[in-house]
Design a protein around this ligand. Structure first.
Ligand SMILES: NC(=O)c1ccc[n+]([C@@H]2O[C@H](COP(=O)([O-])OP(=O)(O)OC[C@H]3O[C@@H](n4cnc5c(N)ncnc54)[C@H](O)[C@@H]3O)[C@@H](O)[C@H]2O)c1
Ligand SMILES: [Zn+2]
Length: 353
């Protein structure tokens, strides 16, 4: 499944019109599900673009924030989509960050056994990662993304202007996924990340735009090689098996990107311990985390060992109770390592706190 991914820093109205016109007559109505924190003038451009395409349009305000990533909210949204009379010729357009796209994509997957959807990502995290790849879903049992579906968006269009209003903490959270992708992809992306003064990236727009595009295209390529995560796509979980339990236990104190960045540190330190990678990679990574303002995870309280084991027990990727870790040999060369027990992983997290 190949999602069309595009980037611009102007012309949002024209893009929406052009793309939706291209989808006609198969798409004749659009329901825009939007995060109310996004800039009104850009939302206005997107909706004007929808109207100019000749499609009927309805608007639904999304419930904001990680705490709203619940099955109840997804079902409520699916019901609202039905009340908005979505049918086989409808497109649901998610306008927001990863929470909005995860919940909206999932609601679209459930409605009428699947209506089309597309995404205008408005956070850095969503531009480089969450909007791409068709994983949609909600949290349950206090753990991340436990209920969900693969449902691929028709298109993902990034307009960099959304980022202007993004709070600093949310920007940093996006840098966490960028750090992950840079380590997985290696090459130019890793080099550019090391060279950039990461937290200053907002001010250095051309570099930021280049980084986002390389990262998003890398993710799209990995996903297209293994859409349903039977093998190669697993590498995208780098840092997540370690990070997710901390994110869940923090009750919002730790952002997704902060948790992932902490998880990356665990994965690299463990790789050094196993002599899979050099201590230099760990030092470079630590320097990068600091320049991204992402060493905050070390300041948070790690859950107790039993709580960690409970949360790790909910890892979706476990097979016969064993966890798969993504370790690393060097930037650009991740390694899939199976057969870890929940206890092993809890010990690594505790050792890195
Ligand atoms: N499906 C996937 O493949 C995938 C991948 C990575 C992360 N995720 C998920 O994504 C979620 C995190 O995404 P996120 O960081 O985008 O969170 P988010 O959607 O909650 O957005 C973060 C905050 O920024 C606000 N916001 C959004 N756009 C804004 C803008 N342009 N200006 C001002 N404020 C804005 C939101 O209201 C929210 O308060 C997590 O739940 C994570 O699990 C999913
Ligand atoms: Zn992630």
């Amino acid at each position: 499944m190949q999602t069309k991914v595009s980037f611009a820093d102007s012309g949002l109205r024209e893009y929406c019109t052009k793309y939706l016109k291209r989808m006609r007559p198969h798409v004749s109505s659009v329901v825009v599900v939007y995060d109310s924190a996004v800039p009104e003038y850009l939302l206005g451009q997107a909706t004007a673009g929808v109207i100019n395409s000749g499609c009927n349009m309805k608007l639904i305000k999304a419930s904001r924030g990680e705490k709203n990533k619940t099955i109840e909210n997804a079902v409520q949204l699916a019901t609202k989509l039905l009340k908005a009379k979505v049918d086989r010729n409808s497109l649901v357009l998610a306008v927001g960050g990863g929470v909005t796209s995860d919940v909206t994509g999932f609601a679209a997957s459930m409605t009428l056994r699947g209506v089309r959807w597309a995404c205008l990502p408005t956070t850095l995290l969503s531009m480089v990662d969450a909007s791409i790849g068709g994983k949609t879903g909600v949290n349950a049992l206090g753990a991340k993304n436990m209920i969900g579906a693969f449902h691929f968006p028709e298109f993902v269009h990034t307009d960099f202007r959304w980022l202007k209003s993004l709070p600093e903490r949310e920007f940093r959270s996006g840098l966490g996924e960028l750090q992950k992708t840079a380590l997985l992809a290696g090459g130019k992306l890793w080099r550019l990340c090391l060279e950039a003064n990461a937290i200053q990236l907002r001010k250095s727009t051309p570099t930021l735009h280049e980084l986002v595009q390389i990262a998003a295209k890398y993710k799209a390529k990995v996903v297209s090689s293994d859409p349903k995560e039977t093998k190669t796509r697993q590498i995208l979980n780098f840092g997540h098996t370690f990070g997710h339990p901390l994110e869940s236990a923090s009750n919002g104190k730790l952002s997704h990107g902060e948790a992932v960045s902490f998880g990356i540190r665990c994965a690299i330190n463990h790789s050094v311990e196993l002599q899979l990678c050099s201590a230099k990679l760990a030092a470079d990574n630590l320097k990068l985390s600091r320049s991204m303002g992402l060493d905050t995870a070390t300041k948070m309280k790690v859950p107790t060992a039993p709580e960690l084991r409970r949360l790790l027990g909910h890892d979706k990727k476990s097979k016969d109770g064993k966890l798969t870790l993504i370790l690393i040999e060097k930037a650009g060369r991740p390694l899939v390592c199976e057969g870890y027990s929940v206890n092993d992983v809890a010990k690594i997290i505790i050792a890195n706190q």
